[in-house]
Design a protein around this ligand. Structure first.
Ligand code: C5P
Length: 234
């Protein structure tokens, strides 16, 4: 069953806490990223945990093995539900995190970032590989190295789900309710219904929710689309 993660990408503590309060029981999974963490610090993680919410800690680590391994250990000890690392960091980085997780007997999910949903072919044509091929390669290696799931766009979702079944997690950002009216940095976008229908475990939605005057109404709309997507899963 696909679910919603609300991204708290706000730099105002009051607004973040107000949003969580307004969304109440409608939302039980939040993304804490660099904006909200730099704004609230650990207090936000503690608050969400106290309220029984799940946490997707999306710092997208991309560094040398020693740095990522030690940073991951801290996150795993905070008992967040999932956290992200760029798969381009390579085998040594990913395997070292998997090892830490196993050593600590942790349930925290290690999620590999493939190619950002804000990127299109021409921006990375110097790499000489098509985005879907690069995503496929990264997922194949990530799976082999022991990650629990990946972040990808709606465009690569079907290809990944066909190859890697549940419980391998697929998280899809770049989700817009109305694909035609969007004017922001997200490029490889999809709708909530399509993402769920094609097998996403989670969709991550930020601006369409927190920039709306009535975020609870948008959340309800997204949740009903998720419900339709779950009903129509291939
Ligand atoms: O505001 P918007 O709905 O575009 O937010 C999407 C969220 O998903 C942001 O917090 C962004 O950092 C995150 N994300 C992404 N692309 C990835 C991984 C995470 O957009 N590949």
């Amino acid at each position: 069953m696909g679910k919603l993660i609300v991204a708290l990408d706000l730099d105002d503590k009051k607004r973040i806490y107000e949003l969580i309060k307004r969304l109440g029981n409608k939302v039980d999974f939040y993304k804490v990223g660099i904006i909200s963490y730099f704004t609230c610090g650990d207090e936000l993680i503690k608050k969400l945990k106290k309220e029984g919410k799940k946490i997707f800690l999306d710092f997208k680590f991309f560094d040398i093995p020693n740095t990522v391994k030690n940073a991951s250990k801290i996150l795993i000890e905070k008992e967040v539900d999932m956290f992200t690392v760029h798969l381009m960091s390579g085998e040594q980085v990913i395997k070292s995190i998997v090892e830490v997780k196993q050593k600590l007997k942790s349930e925290t999910k290690i999620i590999g970032v493939t190619v950002l949903t804000s990127l299109v072919e021409k921006e990375i044509d110097f790499l000489n590989i098509k985005i879907d091929k690069l995503v496929e390669k990264l997922v194949n290696y990530g799976y082999k190295w022991g990650i629990d799931g990946v972040v990808c766009s709606g465009q690569e979702l079907e290809m990944i789900r066909t190859k890697y079944k549940s419980p391998f997690l697929i998280i899809v950002p770049g989700v817009r309710i109305d694909e035609k009216n969007k004017k922001d940095d997200q490029k490889r976008i999809t709708t909530p219904e399509q993402a769920i229908k094609k097998g996403a475990d989670f969709i991550v939605v930020g601006r369409p929710i927190y920039e709306n005057k009535e975020p609870e109404k948008i959340v309800e709309k997204i949740l009903s689309k998720i419900k339709n997507g779950n009903k129509n899963m291939d």
